[in-house]
Ligand binder design. Sequence first.
Ligand SMILES: [Zn+2]
Length: 255
Amino acid sequence: MIRNHIARDFLDVCKRLYSKGFVAASDGNVSVRMDNGKVLCTPTGRNKGDLKADDLVLIDMEGKVLDGTSQPSTEIQMHLLYYKQRPDVRAVVHAHPPYCTGFATTGEGLTGCVLPEIVVSLGTIPLAPYATPSTAEVPESILPFVNKHDVIMLRNHGVVASGSTVLSAYYALEKTEHAANILFIARALGGETRLTESQVRQLKEISSGSYGIDALSKPSCETANSADNARFSSASQSSLELKEHIRRAIKDLRL
Ligand SMILES: [Zn+2]
């Protein structure tokens, strides 16, 4: 029998995915590996916002249905790959959040060291090559990344996130979408700047030492290069120029 708190958190995550617009219609899928090694997952073809505990499907590690009236999600092999490769992973969430998926269609993962929170919690989010959804190509496409990365973007498709609980997997996905949203805004304002290598080192040391976050083991993101530095200095110059214009305008008003 499914323990109440697992079903409660599971259904809570399903509702958040739909209400936040991270999935549309019947998109996306969620699973949890339980203490007995069996996996609880979303049924195929259902809206995540409407699910009840009785709708969930219990399967074994090969995807065989053990309990439930529906078939499991067609992407369940992607979840099972995470469980087989990573003993620490107990939950997997897959969705199509718009900003992340937008970047995934352009062929860009979130690999730059831009936001301190992402640098210490996820490190970097790679982009797996395109694979036809619901086929064995999908787990094959993420295989090179699963051991090191908690979150992977799927080319022209979406995002898969993992965690030690269903809520932590969901939060990893939410953080990634938030970072993609910020990066989108930064690009509209002229482009982001990356943190330097020494800034990233300091950040990871402080996070590991003071906050107990295992930041040093996270996969390394790409630090600032000369192009970033040039953009940063030109942005600073523009800011100085703007201040000079304002100073002159104030002076003119006083005349
Ligand atoms: Zn999908």
